[in-house]
Design a binder for this molecule. Sequence first.
Ligand code: HEM
Length: 444
Amino acid sequence: MTLELDDIQHILVTRTPALTGRYEFLSFGDAAGGRRWLTELVGRVQSAAEAEATLGASKRWITLAFTYSGLRALGVPDAALTSFPVEFQEGMAARADVLGDTGDNAPEHWAGGLDGDDVHAIAILFARDAAEHARCTTEHDALVARCQGVRTVSHLDLNANPPFSYAHDHFGFRDRLSQPVMKGTGEVPTPGSGDALEPGEFVLGYPDEVGPPTDLPQPEVLSRNGSFMAYRRLQEHVGRFRAFLADNADTPGEQELLAAKFMGRWRSGAPLVLAPDADDPELGADALRNNDFNYGEMDPFGYACPLGSHARRLNPRDTAHNMNRRRMIRRGATYGPALPDGAPEDGVERGIAAFIICASLVRQFEFAQNVWINDRSFHELSNEHDPICGSQDGRLDFTVPRRPIRKVYKGIPAFTTLRGGGYFFLPGLRALRYLAGLTGGEPA
Ligand code: HEM
């Protein structure tokens, strides 16, 4: 079955060279107003095919997605609404207990009104540079002002971290290294990245790793070439992270090693399995080598890469059953100003605002959250969560396997805090036009 790259929104397939951008969270107080907003934007949303063909010349990339209440606010009929998966209908805030979003991560502490039912849509406006960012957001503000009943609930401005030559988060780790590849995109997996997967793992309407599509939301015009996105705005406490390293490791070299043990990779991106004792920045930057490893044969006990490290949890590779059913496409950006090296915590919010894209929020994203990230006994670790993005209350550990005896770090603080989130449906382009063409609908 051919992948309809001219109908699939580009975010599913393409990593754009945007250095900046904005997420706009919108509410439709009036169905006709919401549809007008969509009608004006739909022609500007790039498909995967268009984005690939114009990547060098484009200055901005637009993605549109909707919450369950957003689909209802646009006038999607009840019979169609109830055909969507229950977890999407409930939304991320209502699933906080399932996801382990408790304590400081709980929805009542979220920013930007994201815990409310009135967030109906997100417009992801990625821009190549600051001038284009300003142009796009001004134009979008004017559009919102023209559409009766449409308002911006909140927005988040995004910016890459300097140096801009490679993508990395605020802790300084090289990102965008490992990603599943979908059959039909023409992309070839790099060594160690696993086989290209059936598109139905990520795009609705196609066969997945176990067979033909089932239980598609109806009508088909709405679901085909669509997907689901879990949005996570995760604040990174950079000062706290650096202080923990300084307090728990004697030399700068040992601090770097401890940071790498938390992540599973050195800040350069070099995987610990291939570079267990010392960083190897050339390896980190080499796409043909930096995923070419496994855990089961090469590091079964975690002497190089701890079983509880972030990357090993989120992709246990050959040590997990059903791995091909659990992959996720990651997109997003960093936000907030970089904290200069050596500077103390300044209290300014900075972090990662990411989308985890998958065909099944329960099987892929929620499984990752509640088993890999927040299950205290995952991999037979007895009292741990993911040290990078798990919920931490200062009472959990992090174990570094070592000979002759392992080292257990006690009282891991929260290096990150969830500041907001949401479940969004990402329609294909035909589906966006279907939504724009709906009639009726009560004022929401
Ligand atoms: C502030 C929070 C987070 C930070 C700083 C972070 C950072 C990173 C970095 C630096 C990598 C290694 C680079 C790479 O393999 O591309 C990575 C890998 C990964 N992360 Fe995260 N991440 C965060 C949260 C999450 C969340 C919430 C999820 C999913 C629920 C996630 C899923 C993954 C996956 C699937 C990988 C790839 C592992 C592999 O294939 O080896 N991350 N992350």
